[in-house]
Design a protein around this ligand. Sequence first.
Ligand code: GMT
Length: 377
Amino acid sequence: MKIGISCHHTYGGSGAIAAELGKALASRGHIVHFFSQAAPFRLGAYSKNIFCHEVEVMHYPLFECPFYSLALASKIAEVAYYEKLDVVHAHYAIPHAMSAMLARQMLEDKCAESRCFRIATTLHGTDITVVGADRGMQDVVRLAINKSDGVTAVSSYLRDETLRMFSPKKEITVIPNFVDTTIFSRSPDSSLRGILGLGSGKVVIHISNFRPVKCIGDIVQVFHAIASATDATMLFVGDGPERSGAETSVRELGIADRVRFLGKIDDIVPLLSLADLMLMPSNVESFGLAALEAMACGVPVIATDAGGFPEFIEHGVHGYLLQAGDIAAMTEQSLRLLTDEVRHKAFSEACVRQAERFETAQLVERYEDFYSGLIQD
Ligand code: GMT
């Protein structure tokens, strides 16, 4: 098949899933064209069958907000026509599915409907739980869903939220996030411990784009309590709006020497490979890809019972699922895992086995079947 993938290039789960999906599809012989503002962050070096189209936005003093969606639509239309794309897979209803719709309208006169590409839209969460909650955006999100040829959501939680909030006419297929366990597997690098000045204590990790939903302040509080009871170190990976506040709190609490803010790092396997525990106390999380990737590297997770976490993290088996904001319970369970070697080993092994159930190869096949269904319709 010839597949277009329209996604955000920035640090985050949807871009990671889109890039990993494109790479896996290309390795299975499909031709993949990416559309984004810059090459998606996980794409890496040149791969056979992959083509990237960076969308250039026109800047002009009259236009306060640049027309990214329109430029994207024009780019999709151009590439879809000349490359004869079968499917354009939009990662997010807005703007990507809307731009794909517009691109198809641009091509109406040029190609018969039967030859025009199909639109597959994957909902990742923010378009429903954040953007969709904005009354001014609801109708456009609903239109994008209803006008897609097929819609997937990354968890049953997100599908149910979408049905509840939008009552869409479309059926929504759940295809969860996935992880390539040939890449995400524990491979410790002892020199990295020294480089990060970690000593011999336990390592706690958090990876995200530091948006308010990630509850970064809760992580600081939980780690403050962990640091009082153990000689653990905390690694914060990623960047975003809540980072500088967290850095201030860490300094004020006097634990700056126990915390490393590493910024955005593409290859997180070496860091996950030296971690003993991941903290993901998000109050909204449609899936939580970073937690699955941690589990593949044998890292148990303290997460919340909110959103999609319960669909792949079993409480008391792969970590603990606690109420959002319950700092005391998160601290207690973190300490249990960090101080009980036998329990930690059992959890770590269970995490690796669980991640194998979300192996990239299996879920990419589900996307292939999904595309084939759309083409045959
Ligand atoms: O979590 C983020 O803020 C990033 C966001 C994104 O768009 O990159 O992630 C969303 O999509 C991921 C891939 O499907 C999911 O694993 C994340 O749970 C989801 N984030 C939220 O729902 C907050």
